[in-house]
Design a protein around this ligand. Structure first.
Ligand SMILES: [Zn+2]
Length: 310
């Protein structure tokens, strides 16, 4: 019998559109040709993969937008959206040729396209068009006994048949790092250092789920003033989306157990978490790749227009 490491080496590969880069060769191609941005090596993941930080300078004194994708490996739309934003900033169009007039070069951009490269490396490129049953074990994973893993924290990779997209290769549950004095994963440590250096006004962190689009307000370590700004921004995005016929979940839940909040602790940023639809067929949002990316880009453009008005 194969051991767990060998059995989980190759994720299923689904062909995705050009505007949905989801593999390391595409990420490298886009970042290495983005002459309008600076790309830094922020650190190395538990599995030995590079974590990149991208900055695009706007006019002096302009506000700064922060974007973080790929916290979870099974949520490829976040990194894909970051790559589309980088394309807009360089060439005025995203990867399928759409222009986004609100995503302007006047602002500064601080982008970590892929926080958890280990998770991405072992996950499929897309879940669009699959059923809930098909994707059940990709988030938290499956044990060697074939049981769905129910995580309360980290996991032991040696005990997993499918090491879920929530974890790095050491089994750290990266988005549950809420103690700024005790960050265990190199991915979150590297990202927080980058955010501390650049101090963005807002950080949008991309996630995905098998449900309609949802904004979440991370609240641990986030003071009242920043929470009021979160409310104001989220309400505005939901109202503007509705006006364009995009139906968000109208509720904006709070969460006190995400590392997303640490962008405020380390960098003074107002943290916002966006859950995109995964495009799962038997969900209330069986969206196409195009709808998913367009709505992620819409959320980014809303943040840009908010900061330009501020
Ligand atoms: Zn997630």
């Amino acid at each position: 019998m194969l051991d767990a490491t060998l059995r989980r080496r190759l994720p299923p590969r689904i062909t995705t559109p050009e505007f949905w880069p989801a593999t390391f060769d595409r990420y490298d191609e886009i970042l290495s040709t983005a002459a309008h941005c600076q790309v830094e090596h922020l650190g190395t993941s538990a599995g030995g993969r590079a974590i990149h930080g991208v900055t695009c300078r706007g006019r002096s004194g302009a506000p700064t937008v922060g974007l973080v994708g790929g916290m979870h490996g099974h949520e490829p739309q976040g990194p894909a959206t970051c790559m589309n934003v980088i394309s807009v900033l360089g060439y005025g169009r995203d990867l399928k040729g759409t222009s986004w007039p609100e995503i302007v070069g006047d602002l500064n951009y601080v982008i970590v396209p892929l926080l958890n490269p280990d998770g991405r490396a072992r996950m499929p490129n897309s879940f669009v068009g699959l059923a809930r049953q098909d994707i059940l074990h990709y988030d938290a994973g499956m044990t060697l006994d074939g049981e769905r893993y129910d995580p309360q924290g980290d996991c032991n990779p040696e005990e997993m048949m499918i090491l879920g997209g929530l974890y790095n290769d050491a089994g750290n549950h990266v988005n549950r790092e809420t103690d700024p004095e005790n960050i265990r994963s190199p991915e979150v440590r590297a990202t927080m250092g980058f955010i501390a250096d650049h101090r963005p006004d807002i950080v949008l962190e991309f996630h995905a789920h098998a449900a309609p689009p949802l904004l979440i307000r991370p609240t641990n370590l986030v003071p009242d003033e920043a929470q009021q700004e979160q409310e104001q921004i989220c309400e505005r995005i939901i109202a503007d989306a509705k006006a364009q016929g995009i139906l968000f979940d109208g509720k904006v839940p709070t969460s006190a157990r995400c590392s997303t909040s640490l962008y405020h602790h380390f960098g003074g940023a107002t943290p916002i978490l966006y859950e995109s639809p995964q495009g799962v067929l038997d969900s209330k949002a069986p969206w196409s790749h195009e709808q998913i990316i367009d709505t992620c880009m819409f959320v980014v453009s809303e943040l840009c227009s908010y900061l330009m008005r501020k």
